[in-house]
Design a protein around this ligand. Structure first.
Ligand code: COA
Length: 447
């Protein structure tokens, strides 16, 4: 099978032809090494990906991650193989993905499918010179009766043996976790593998889950969404579930669950694409979809009770003409534009984000102020990035900033560029001229 790079995939082994790695590629990857070294990534492989021609390459990629000091836990699915077995043997199944009822016949096929898939993965890992172990680290209990229907042999995670898994990880062994787990009595129960990955990540405090799926990522309104915040995805699932493609629903739901239980980032990557996994992790613009948690949990919208705090906070910067003067009344009138950064419930930074009614694709970030004691800890950048993310979620394409003394902060740290005042929206240009501050005009395109 030929892949987009023209390489030949051979399951379980390295590609038959290897491309030359440029030193610049290595430099690019090296910048991520200190960031990811020692972290745990849970990689969840759909059953259909194990059956795909690209599977062998994926195992080589996982070996690359291991060699860079990233700790990997593998969870696999079996839906594809379960359906195949059912057709082959003419035995109907009650449910394929472990989210519905699992009757005895389905569980029997699931155990066979799971053993086969786990064995294939072990073959591949061995071919990539990785040590691996199939574990009984997941204890399950029956899901029970849901909406009046007994789910029979479908289980949910009761307990994860973190000690066992961590001991394996520390000894450079890749734990392989199957979606058929064991009840307290030792009997098997079927668990959905997307859920299992989320539970595993929570228990092991993984920094990422990477779902290797048989589609290009999260499909929302017919397009793959490359980046979405958990808040935006949660609202979408609650208010417009029909906008999410059927094939993406389980991943969306479990990405939300994982992030809500402490895993900062969830990637959904096409497991059929050569180099997809490495590109997703080692490039700034991933190829799949990233659902990210709130890196900005110390940031919140300001409310009226913050007016005085913001006023007092920014006084000194106003005196030094770093910020434009605003009275308490003006701050109160525009309080909806403000957001603040809290440390131990004290407001230590603020900023504004302003939209233009006549130009919905433009927004302006302003009044960025960080208490001097907290300078150079990334808070200023976080405030500006947060404003840009908020604006992007509203469909804004270009964010403006006007600065008299922090030009370098916006350009060097936040990625803004200088432009001329003529590019300002008409109403803003008038205010600009009237203010007499002669601030430099900057902008950032939101991609
Ligand atoms: C500008 C300001 C918001 C930066 O906040 P911060 O939390 O220290 O910023 P970060 O920690 O994210 O970034 C620090 C970096 O910005 C650089 N920086 C900060 N102020 C700068 C300035 N005025 N010009 C050039 N670079 C500046 C720092 O040198 C540091 O660079 P480094 O990462 O290369 O070491 C803060 O200095 C401030 O409140 N200043 C007074 C108010 C102001 O001027 N606001 C901007 C007007 S909208």
């Amino acid at each position: 099978m030929s892949n987009p790079s023209g390489q030949t995939a051979s399951p379980g082994n390295a590609p038959a032809h290897t491309t030359t790695i440029k030193p610049t590629d290595l430099r690019g990857i090296l910048q991520y090494v200190p960031r990811f070294q020692g972290q745990i990534f849970v990689i969840a492989i759909d059953g259909s990906i194990v059956a795909d021609d690209n599977f062998g390459n994926l195992l080589v990629d996982i070996a690359v991650l291991r060699s860079l000091g990233i700790k990997v836990v593998l969870v696999h699915g079996i839906g594809h193989q379960l359906q195949e077995l059912s057709a082959l043997r003419g035995i109907p199944i009650s449910n394929a993905d472990g989210t519905g009822v699992t009757d005895a016949a389905t569980l029997d096929l699931a155990i066979r499918a799971s053993s086969r898939v786990a064995h294939l993965i072990m073959e591949g890992l061995t071919g990539s010179l990785l040590k691996a172990v199939i574990t009984n680290a997941v204890r399950a209990v029956p899901v029970g009766i849901i909406k009046g229907v007994d789910q029979q042999l479908t289980g949910k995670v009761d307990r994860i043996d973190k000690e066992l898994l961590n001991a394996l990880i520390e000894r450079q062994v890749v734990p392989l976790v199957s979606p058929v787990a064991f009840g307290p009595d030792g009997k098997s129960l079927r668990i959905n593998s997307d859920l299992l990955a989320a539970e595993m990540a929570e228990a092991l405090q993984a920094t990422k889950i990477i779902y290797l799926a048989p589609n290009a990522g999260l499909e929302i309104e017919g397009d793959v969404t490359h980046e979405i915040s958990v808040d935006a995805l949660r609202s979408l699932v609650a208010e417009h579930p029909e906008k999410i493609a059927d094939s993406s629903r389980s991943k969306a739901a479990h990405a939300i669950k994982a992030i809500e239980t402490g895993t900062p980032r969830v990637h959904i990557v096409d497991g059929r694409v050569f180099d997809g996994l490495l590109n997703e992790i080692f490039s700034n613009e991933g190829v799949g979809s990233l659902v990210y948690g709130n890196d900005y949990q110390q940031i919140r919208k300001a409310s009226r009770r913050d007016v005085r705090l913001i006023y007092n906070l920014t006084r000194n910067a106003v005196k030094r003409e770093e910020l434009i003067n605003r009275t308490q009344k003006e701050i109160e009138k525009n309080i909806d534009q403000y957001f603040v950064f809290e440390v131990d419930e004290a407001v230590i930074a603020c900023a504004t984000l302003l939209y233009y009614a006549d130009q919905p694709d433009v927004a302006e970030v302003g009044s960025v102020y960080v208490l001097p004691f907290y300078h150079n800890r990334g808070i200023g950048k976080k405030m500006v990035d947060y404003a840009c993310l908020q604006a992007k979620e509203r469909g804004v394409k270009r964010v403006l900033a006007l600065s008299t003394q922090s030009f370098g902060f916006f350009t060097n740290v936040c990625g803004f560029q200088e432009t001329t005042k003529e590019t300002l929206p008409e109403a803003r240009l008038k205010l600009y001229d009237d203010s007499g501050r002669n601030a430099r005009v900057l902008f950032k395109i939101l991609s």
